[in-house]
Design a protein around this ligand. Sequence first.
Ligand code: NAD
Length: 263
Amino acid sequence: MDLGINGKIALVTAASRGLGRGCAEQLAAEQCRVAICSRDSGAAEQAAKEIAANTGAEVVGFSADMSRVDDISRLLAQVRQSLGDPDILVTNAGGPPPGTYASTDLELYEEAFQLTLMSAVRLIHGTTPAMKANGWGRIVAITSISVKQPIASLLLSNMARAGLTGFLKTVATELAPFGITVNALLPGTHKTSRIDQLVQDRAAREGKSESAVAAEMVAAIPAKTLGDPADFGAAAAFLASRQAKFITGHSLLVDGGHYSGLL
Ligand code: NAD
C-alpha cells in the first residue's frame, strides 16, 4: 500500500537504534526525508548513513539529548535548516531508569519528567506551528504498555508516560481541525537494548540468571516472541500515512497480545 507520504519531512528522535530507528527506517522506506537524533553525534550520523543506504532516502543525523531544553531547540533549528519544517514527528527518548517506589530517590522524578514527558511536549510545541500553517501533520509518540498496565519495577516510566498520554489526548482534540493527528504507540516487549537493560535489572533484583528472566519475559507474551522494531516502525508509518487521517487521540498497543485488559 502506498502510504502517500513520499517526500514528507519526518523527524524521529532517539533513533540511532531500537524502536526509534525502526520508525525512521520505515518512514525512509516510504521515501520520507528523515532527520534522526541521538545523544552521540557519531551514532546518529552512522545510523542515518545506514538507513539512507538501505532505503535510498535522504536521512540526516544530529546529536541531541532529549532531557535538555537547549538541545531540543537546537535540533529543531538544525532540522529546519537542513530539510525544512517536519510534517511528521515521532517523539521518543531513552527510558527512565528502572526502580520501585522504595528504590527511587526524589530527584529522579524531575529528571524522568523532563526526559519522558517534557521532551515530547517541547517537540510538539516546536513543530505544530508549521503543521498548522500547512493544514497537515502527523504526530506519533512512543510511550509504553505501562500506560495501560503499570509495570511494578518501572515507577518513573509509569508516572511520566501516564502524564504524557493525558497531554497527547488533549492536544489531539485541539489540533484535529488543522489536519494534524496525534497518536501514541505503546510497545510491549521488543528486542532492543532497553530490554537488555531491564533483563539485567530484574535478574539482579530477583537473583536469577539473565537468560531465565529473558525466557520468562517471552513466556508472558501470548505471541511467544519479542517484538521486532521493524514491525513497530511499520505501525508508526501507518499512523503517519495519508490514509490514517481519521485516526487521532488513540493509544495503540504493539505488544503481541501482552496487555491483559479488555479495552
Ligand atoms: P533503546 O535503548 O534500544 O534505544 C534508545 C535510543 O534512544 C537509542 O538510539 C539511544 O541512543 C537514544 N537515546 C537514549 N537516551 C536518549 C536521550 N536522552 N536523548 C536522545 N536520545 C537518546 O530503547 P528502545 O527499546 O528503542 O526504547 C525506546 C523507548 O521506548 C524508551 O523510552 C523505552 O523505555 C520505551 N519502551 C521500550 C520497550 C521495549 O520493549 N523495547 C517497551 C516499552 C517502552
